[in-house]
Design a protein around this ligand. Sequence first.
Ligand SMILES: [Zn+2]
Length: 343
Amino acid sequence: MAGVIMHVQGAKSQIRTPMDLVAALRRPIVELLPEVSEGGVLGSLVLLDEADGLTDSALEVAADYTFALFDREADPATSWLPKWAWQRDEQVERAVFQATVQTGDQKVYTASRLFLIEHPAGFSRDLIDERNTNPRYAGAKAVAEYVDIPRDRSHRGSADGDSWWWPCPACRWPMRVKERSVFCSYSPHEARFEIKGYDLGQPQLRKVSTVRLRTPKALPVTGAGCLDPAVWRFITVPGLPEVVLQQLESEELGIRVTPWPIMDTFDALVTAPGFAPWTVDVKDHVDARRIIDEPPAARHVLVPKYRRNQIPQLSRALPDKTFWTVESFMKHVRTVVGRGDAQ
Ligand SMILES: [Zn+2]
């Protein structure tokens, strides 16, 4: 790889040896590749942390782009690389929901999907109970596997052999534990804590971010499980704003939200009597280019609040779509339906 970079950059390359390249990977990528990252969101990206592990922000960008490097499932690297590195979001969706889609039962599909969004981790026994008994998930099937809480997401306690984990207050997936720091790998969730000590042998957290989030309690690793990172990243994380959108349903105004219509062209269909339906896609990508390069099918494209600064760029690039934050779209629909405006 050092050779490739030297070849591309020619005489002005700062890279002379593979060790130079490794050192450069611990610094913002703009220093290594000024031409490609100038002005973009990628310039400040750092690929390796102090322990030479992949940083969470690198993982975030990689989840959006690395699939393009692989020749589908035929690539031998897919047997040892994590799924998020070579499967794109749609592939993960397909792999998880294929069997459910084939049965063609919309209710089973919606309930199974909702369960993965609202329960990405927990005690294995509780997860099964919840799926089988809570009417909210009636008909849900076990479409994705829950694996043991990964080592980098657990904390060795004070007593012999006890280990703990903490669910992110935003997405409920196990937060990363790095020495005393505990944080969600998905940086927009802004869940950042530190271990302040022990109470009756149970480690306690203190919040270090300024956002309003509750501080979670430590849960024992034994008997707990969580979704694979690819399922969490491509189904749970983008699903959170999709679930918020469901609050748009209103008896009074006759607004209905059908999430994930099974032929799966859109993320949701919003209807109200006397109005043409709104087709909706929710997009959550670090780089707006990913949305521009593959324009969504729906007419209305929603981004989470933390991506609202992408809206001007998206509107310029795709003028036939209308871009909103989830909240501004909900407000818009309530207003026009409430006033009885014709579309
Ligand atoms: Zn989170």
